[in-house]
Unconditional design. Sequence first.
Length: 652
Amino acid sequence: MNNPSSQTISTLIWRSVIQAIILALLAGFLLSFVCGLLHHYKEKRHHIQQMAALLTTSASTADGADIVAEQVRFLLESEPSIQSILFYSTPQPIEDSNQAKRDWKNVLFADTVSFNYPVISNYIDSNRNYIDGNRNIKPSNTNQQPATYLANTVNQPSEANEVADNNALVGYINITLDLKRLRLYWFQSTLLLWLITTVIAILGVLYLLRKLHWPVKDIESLADACDVIIKNPDLKQLPVISQRFEFQELMQIKQTFITLFNRLQKIKQEYEAIADFEQQLYKKDISLDVQLHNFQSMITHELKTSLNAIVGGLQLLDYDALNIEQKDAVQIISKGSDKLVSSLDHIIQLNQIQKGQMTVASIEFNPLQLMADLLAKFEPIAQKRGLTLISRIHHIDYNLEGDAEKIQQILSILLSNAIKFTPAGQVTITSQLTHFSKSNRWQISVKDTGIGIDNNYIEDIFNPFFQVDSSKTRQYEGSGIGLPVVKQMAQLMGATIEVESTLGLGTEFTLTVAMPSQRQSRQLHSLDKLTIIYYYYHETGSLADELERLGAHVIYRQHEQLVLEDVSLKKVDMVMFAEDIAPSTAEFLTKRIRQSESEHRALVIYWYPQHQARHLEGFEHFLKAAGVDYCHSATYKDKALIELIKRWLVWV
């Protein structure tokens, strides 16, 4: 069904006014014609009644024949609309029909109309028929004939009987009007008046249209201003809206229109100011982040250099030549430098992880040998503190493939903390290995009987430099950087770290690492030498972990500037947007990536969560227009992910 075409208010007003004027003119002319003609007809009928009264009076006298004939002749000559004047001789009264009720029908539709007027004589016997009652006297060629008949009939002498009744009905005078001629004469007589009336009406209509043109002109001025604003979305200055006649309603609309435009401009300015401020904050945030990284790099480098000098100096000392006090001082210095070196190493590692400079290696190792090395390292320390270090191995000798160095470092930090925060009792390390059809799971737990951790601080202990007891006189020393390194390294490997603790009873940390099976080990290098930038907002997600397990070199980024620097300075194969990145952010960053690319073009992938699949059509077009190559629902299946990425690379 076609929608009706839109029309303007001015067109509607003009059409309505013209239609109303035409209808009013037609109705006025028709009504005036009918009413004027009817009035003229009634006046003519009243005039005929007067003439008929004169004729009947003359006809009722004894010597009125000549008078009647003269009167009839005069009437026929002076009144062209009278068609005939007849006399009907009859003593019987004719039924008087109500002519007044049919006046409007006669004047509009009838050709002729007749009127009967009774003739009463006081000297003729009405019972004698001097003229047959059925005799109809009609004029033939001349107008004198009906007058002669009327005169002879009225004054014929009586031969048989004398007048018996002085008031006897002799007959009727019939006067017939020619309505066609009546209408013609009336129209001719009123034609000039009609012309004058028409001219006056036209002048009045023109004046009315001219007055109606004033508001229409002002409305069109408002419409022109609206059209200019619609065609120019970036218009900063409202066009001039001329209101020549200043109608109150239109002035209110104009004022409202100006007010809304000014409000919109003000909101737009505020929005631009907020956008500029946000951009400044963003640049400042990036600058601070870069400065922080530079500061950390500088501090760690300077401290590392100084500590290396201290450690090197201590190693150059001849320990045997020192006395007891000197040996104690050297031990104190050596112990402090070792702690500082360990804390500094942790800070450097944490900084490298945050910058994406730390990668996960995959080598074959023996978990039993790794556990034996840890026990050999920490058992003397535990014994020195009066603790018992227990190991519980629940698997046979079996080689695994993964980053053994990072696993050993994580377990070293956990064992060191367990020994440090356990005044008395024991520390137990438990190893369990579970084999699945497609993978292996290695679970290592470190449990102590120490002071425990309040449940309110369980989530905070993995934040850098966090201390449960932050007072200067706290009993246990530490930098608060060990557990954040554990958390970051575990996430880097795709492992999980869980904590269970009871205040005053002890704490248990459980590290769970997914290891590939022998068949999966052959697939680890499927994405080898593939460099992928993974841009995320809050969490890296399992997808990035899967990419690393498949052999890809994944660079984690949370800042747009770092992504742009990597794309411009490195050969990046893919840039992937995590599920928690909004489509608008991905669109903006993709445009900047495409602008910064020079020689190598990276494949840009946008992963969207399953719940946004129904909105794919709403954002896919804009993302691809910005330069995104593929939009795909997040996939975590290794085999399907490998095939999908290889297919994308082939198409590119």
